[in-house]
Ligand binder design. Sequence first.
Ligand SMILES: NC(=O)CC[C@H](N)C(=O)O
Length: 364
Amino acid sequence: MGKTVYLILENGRVFEGKRFGLSGEVTGEIVFTTGMCGYLETLTDPSYYGQIVVQTFPLIGNYGVIPSDFESTKVSIKAYIVREWCQEPSNYRSEGSLDTFFKEQGIIGIYGIDTRELTKVIRESGVMNARIADSLEEKDKWVEAIRDYRIVDAVNAVSCEQISEEKAEKEQYRVVLWDFGAKQNIKRQLLRRGCTVITVPGKTTAADILALQPDGVMLSNGPGDPAENVGIIKEIQKLCEARMPIFGICLGHQLLALSQGGKTFKLKYGHRGANQPVIDLKTRRVYITSQNHGYAVSGKNLPPHIRIAFENANDGTCEGISYRDIPAFSVQFHPEAAAGPQDTMFLFDRFLQLMDENSFRKAL
Ligand SMILES: NC(=O)CC[C@H](N)C(=O)O
């Protein structure tokens, strides 16, 4: 711990820091999140698969490691970059420090870097790749080599392998959670509302899902470029043709739009944090949301049956869609929060209403 280590950016910039967690060298896509708390939810969000995550908030690790705050069972990030990490966390729920946790999970950590300067570079140049190296001897080689790094086959890398079911205390609905790298708080919010949740792997077909006779399908968040999931997009299209009630979140929102003729594009540096304002275009009310995404659905040339329902108040990008001719809606932000504001939790209740209005299973 504390050994000098270098962060080499694709644009040639180098930052020097100190090690914690696992030793070793790694390449990844470097992104920053502005969340001031919730580092455990960030670390265990499978959507960060393949990425080197930078925290702009300087004090990290202060309340230790608390497994009940995890959003998945493992850490999918490539590496973690912080200004300062707390070596003696203080919290009755803590089960250890980040250093120990990173060694168990096989994660490389760097501290002592000017994360605000690093964030400014990413904001100005745009998202890029980076390499964590023990020396600068091969810097020029790596600056060239890391340009080719891409996050591919991401959903398969993080999705569950088997179907599993968790019963609600008082079952009112049966919902399939299509796991593209789902955050656990999506399942918790469904269970809390009387939904028995059947979690299925990313590679599941529409026919398999329909055979489970759900009242609705939740399309989960997840990592990578949405457009690479050609097979899943086709299966979602079949669910829409069967008029299955659908609620999509983040990657699920993007895949649903792609299945309905929409397009996605990569943002300059993404939206990641817990203070992203979105406008409900029907009520003009602004909600503060939790977000973690590098792609967005294009608001241009949308097919006529797709209506933008939420817009990002900072940059005007699409943050939510409702569909005119199918029982479906989706949002780019995270209504389940974890971490972040819970202003938009009501969307889970809107999903229950959608299932009531379309009573799919009862119609079978
Ligand atoms: N959290 C997510 O679901 C992210 C969606 C997608 N991988 C993106 O980066 O835009």
